[in-house]
Design a protein around this ligand. Sequence first.
Ligand SMILES: NC(=O)c1ccc[n+]([C@@H]2O[C@H](COP(=O)([O-])OP(=O)(O)OC[C@H]3O[C@@H](n4cnc5c(N)ncnc54)[C@H](OP(=O)(O)O)[C@@H]3O)[C@@H](O)[C@H]2O)c1
Length: 175
Amino acid sequence: MLRARRKSPSPRYIAFAAISIDGRISLAKDRLPDWTSKEDKKFFQTSLAHCDAVIVGRNTYYAAAARLRRRITYVLTSRVSRPQKRGSVTFVNPAITDIAPLLSVHRNVAILGGAAVYQYMLERDLLHEFYITVEPLLFGRGIPLLVGGTSMHTLRLLSVRKLNSRGTLLLHYKA
Ligand SMILES: NC(=O)c1ccc[n+]([C@@H]2O[C@H](COP(=O)([O-])OP(=O)(O)OC[C@H]3O[C@@H](n4cnc5c(N)ncnc54)[C@H](OP(=O)(O)O)[C@@H]3O)[C@@H](O)[C@H]2O)c1
């Protein structure tokens, strides 16, 4: 992870995604990614320990609610008209509420998807780093990494790591 900028009040936004070779993040919207390698799970948990908030879409939240309720979590949804806080979880509609000021109290924000959330954050310059784990699997169906994009984005590859002998690759990009 790149070092957080100390002088800026803005958080560092770091996205994490595990994908199949054919670029899918999930087989279905209500399922957890139970197909990722133990090496990626370890990397993911270690990385999350450095993040003081996470941001997810409503489907991802409900697929992993038990875990996400233990964190400071922001859930993007069109179903609220103003931010609604339940414990450490805030439901927010970014079409109505500017999320940048809301998140500005944090230092490192983990963007955990799904597809519309990665896309939304990328298009608003609220994504600084992207860790993409490519598992050696072909789904042939499922939810893509991104959805509804309106422009092309060029990222810079910072590193590639082979995580295991099966060939799981961890790609680290700067946006
Ligand atoms: N492999 C991975 O790394 C990874 C990462 C994340 C998720 N997943 C998996 O992917 C699946 C869920 O992904 P998904 O792409 O279907 O769903 P998602 O992004 O988690 O949720 C989509 C929903 O979130 C809300 N939302 C997202 N962006 C929004 C925006 N900009 N403004 C307002 N609302 C917004 C909308 O809900 P409303 O209908 O309430 O408006 C939308 O229908 C699950 O199976 C999860 O386990 C895998």
